[in-house]
Design a protein around this ligand. Structure first.
Ligand SMILES: NC(=O)CCC(=O)C(=O)O
Length: 264
């Protein structure tokens, strides 16, 4: 299976509209791969909190339409990263969209763990509540978004639902780059799954982005890692390696669920 992670530069030099057109053309250029991944909130930037409200779109808004068409033009599965979604009856959500090669929406995932503690995304957006997997012909994909990477229990629930490949769009800052690569490898090793984690390049809202999109195999080996600038990271991987790893080193079978609370 071949996947391309489009590590887009997100900075104030271009408008969200211009970047959307650029994203369409970058996705169209990936015809021939199986899966294309874009980063988190690439229209605004994950830290451009003041733009969330103005750039928010209904689920089936302009980014949805552009990405559905780009997926079908290229004939690829497209994880289109996430958009600031305006729910007509509720708050904003950080919502990821996955399209099939015919341009149908295959999944929408509202980010569960919002970043910012008592400000930013954590107060501007609502929290999703439902983990999401998507069946591709070659593998079952579990989706998560950026800060979710820090919460292993979400990934366990995805694995319990059959996930073999974990796809994580992000807008991760340079300041915590060491956490990004460490956590991506940890999620791969503990879940014996592929991790495809796609970040952004550039600087937006004064926050330099880490880039360093990364693909990790179920043994924790890094198959490919981008640099800090805009880059398309294309990688070939074998989905059958997940079952093989889980069979040869069956640690997931040794999970003990429902532990008693610790004694004090
Ligand atoms: N957009 C995000 O979720 C940022 C996450 C982050 O900076 C971190 O976990 O560190």
């Amino acid at each position: 299976m071949r996947a391309s992670l489009i590590q887009m530069r997100v900075d104030p030099d271009e408008s969200p509209d211009f970047r959307r057109r650029r994203a369409v053309s970058l996705v169209q250029d990936q015809a021939g791969v199986d899966l294309v991944v874009l980063p988190e909130l690439w229209t605004t930037g994950a830290f451009a909190y003041e733009d969330f409200g103005t750039e928010a779109e209904p689920l089936e808004g302009s980014t949805y339409e552009a990405m559905a068409k780009a997926a079908s033009d290229a004939g690829v599965w497209l994880h289109a990263g996430s958009i600031p979604e305006r729910d007509p009856d509720g708050p904003l959500y950080n919502t990821s969209l996955v399209f099939s090669p015919s341009g149908e929406l295959a999944a929408a995932y509202r980010k569960i763990h919002r970043f910012g503690f008592d400000k930013g995304e954590a107060v501007l957006m609502g929290a999703g509540t439902v983990p999401v997997t998507v069946r591709l012909p070659e593998t079952t994909v579990g989706v998560a978004t950026c800060y979710d990477l820090r919460f292993p229990e979400l990934f366990r629930s995805l694995v319990d639902a059959g996930a073999e490949t974990l796809v994580i769009p992000a807008g991760w800052p340079e300041r915590r780059r060491s956490h990004w690569t460490l956590l991506a490898r940890a999620r791969a090793v503990e879940n014996q799954a592929y991790v495809l984690a796609c970040g952004t390049a550039g600087t937006h809202a004064g926050v330099p982005q880490a880039g360093h999109s990364i693909v990790v195999d179920p043994w924790g080996e890094v198959l490919a890692e981008a640099g800090a600038e805009e880059e398309i990271l294309t990688v070939e991987f074998d989905p059958a390696k997940v079952a093989a790893t889980r069979e040869q080193f069956p640690a997931l079978k040794d999970r003990v669920l429902g532990l008693e609370p610790p004694r004090r």
